[in-house]
Design a protein around this ligand. Structure first.
Ligand SMILES: Cc1ncc(COP(=O)(O)O)c(C=O)c1O
Length: 488
């Protein structure tokens, strides 16, 4: 049971003069030391009582609730038993430079010891200015104007707002893609294509949904509806299960947007910062969007940092005058000091260590080794796909491959897991091979692989050999082993 220390305010001695206030009792608070030393049972209990009991249910199914991470370093988490867990989940693409890169630790320590300022809403921040300059230097064309925030959703909200204002009130409709994910805040939820996440919230309506990568559907939409002013697309769909479109799609999209005066917003929150083998995934097509957004790895895996980057012309139309400047200026923590210097250093590391090239090289190697596994296990692996170190591994649908003999065994499982070989495989990779992978809500048969871009050939080999060994057990044993893990 959690042993909460009670710290009560000492009674204040009566002062001779001046007003007094009643002593405020010190609530029962845990200290940082308490948090570090917390037992796994208490973590489970507090998560259930104060964070998200429903989510804990899924963590239990996958065995994630049995892990207490004590440290993280490079490609690995280190758990309570000193076990090194190979991280091919990578925080959904948030760990380009790996866990706790020593250069980030050193810069952050120095920043703190020098007593640097954090809040950037009164005085200008040299750190925000430097980060904005770096992002403009990295971004092609005149993607020069930078809004800094903390989350991908915040950057995407900024993106659709700058686009809407630039295109004007007569063209309020946004085109978005099937299986898109742009965040869960109220604005971008309207272009996030998930009935689950949309719940029954009231959304910004009259948007237009098209299949991802379908240029004809986009052309038809633009030609038939003059109220369309903006199109928003992930350059590589992450939540949709790692879906790409060919370079010609993006090139034609650019031409169509120019022809119809539609603003193209490229969501690079997950696929940006080098993950695809270029800094931005749209660079593979040699075209430049009007607005883009970054988050996740921009914070170096150490902090929350996000950016919306707009072409100067678009930005100036939206907020270029003193009268309009404050309509969507940075929020309280936009451009906060230590987050900015962390992002500045993370970007420098990315280039100093050639991590973007490494993403292309290791990504191609991983893809080729997974294709070989697909050839070896065609009844289990349906498809492997992706670009750089953003790879989707799609398994055959369980309902078609499940031998009859297993039906009673699986009947004890949660509905979510019944058709999902990826759930079984992910759980067993963690339990038996100390390897972490990510799942995707939209397609339960897909495992997402987004390891840190510091990933070496040896890590790819370790991952593929573990997966090979696991798949070699065959479907019947995989399912039985998984069900056993639920009981044991
Ligand atoms: C493509 C994309 N856009 C936006 C977001 C939202 O980012 P955040 O969770 O930081 O708000 C995500 C998060 O997964 C994402 O993958």
């Amino acid at each position: 049971m959690l042993d909460l220390k009670t710290r009560r305010a000492e009674a204040q001695p009566e002062s001779g003069a001046g007003p007094t206030a009643p002593a405020i009792p010190h609530p029962q608070l845990l200290s940082v030391a308490d948090a570090k030393a917390m037992s796994l049972a208490d973590m489970n209990g507090l998560f259930k009582d104060h964070i998200n009991p429903g989510q804990l249910h899924f963590m239990k199914l996958l065995g994630f609730n049995k892990i207490k991470v004590e440290r993280a370093e490079g490609m690995y988490y280190i758990d309570q038993n000193g076990r090194k867990i190979l991280d091919f989940f990578g925080g959904f693409g948030s760990l380009a430079v790996g866990h706790n890169h020593p250069r980030l630790i050193a810069e952050r320590k120095a920043f703190q010891e020098e007593g640097r300022h954090e809040i950037a809403i009164a005085f200008m921040s040299q750190y925000a200015a430097a980060l904005a300059k770096n992002l403009a230097a990295i971004s092609p064309g005149d993607l020069d104007m930078v809004f800094l925030g903390s989350t991908g959703s915040e950057a995407m909200e900024a993106a659709i707002k700058v686009a809407e204002r630039a295109v004007g009130p007569k063209r309020p409709k946004i085109v978005y893609a099937e299986n898109s994910f742009h965040g869960k805040t109220k604005g971008v939820l309207s272009i996030t294509d998930s009935p689950l996440y949309r719940g029954e919230f009231r959304l910004v309506d009259r948007n237009v949904r098209v299949p991802f990568g379908d240029i004809d559907a986009i052309r038809n939409a633009f030609e038939s509806d003059p109220e369309i002013g903006v199109i928003v697309l992930e350059t590589i769909q992450g939540g949709g299960g790692i879906i790409t479109a060919p370079p010609e799609f993006w090139q034609e999209l650019r031409l169509l947007c120019d022809k119809h005066g539609v603003i193209w917003v490229a969501d690079e929150v997950q696929c940006g910062v080098g993950r695809s083998g270029r800094f931005y995934a749209f660079e593979h097509a040699g075209v430049v969007p009007d607005v883009t957004a970054l988050a996740k790895s921009l914070g170096g895996g150490k902090t929350a940092m996000a950016a919306m980057i707009a072409r100067r012309e678009i930005y100036m139309k939206a907020y270029g005058s003193p009268k309009t400047a404050m309509i969507h200026a940075q929020a309280t923590f936009g451009g906060i000091g230590e987050a900015c210097i962390t992002a500045i250093e993370a970007l420098n590391i990315l280039y100093d260590e050639n991590l973007i090239e490494n993403s292309a090289v290791q990504g191609a190697y991983l893809l080729s080794r997974l294709q070989a596994l697909q050839a070896k296990y065609p009844k289990i692996i349906k498809e492997v796909r992706g670009q750089g170190l953003m790879i989707g591994l799609e398994f055959q649908d369980f309902s078609q491959t499940l031998p009859l003999v297993l039906r009673p065994v699986v009947s004890v499982l949660d509905d979510k897991l019944k058709g999902s070989l990826s759930g079984f495989i992910g759980a067993l990779l963690l339990r038996d091979y100390a390897t972490l992978v990510a799942f995707t809500e939209y397609n339960r048969n897909v495992i997402r692989l987004e390891p840190p871009l510091i990933c070496g050939r040896e890590h790819v080999d370790q991952f593929v050999e573990s997966l090979d060994d696991l798949l070699g057990r065959g479907i019947i044993r995989i399912v039985k082993d998984f069900v056993g893990s639920q009981i044991g």
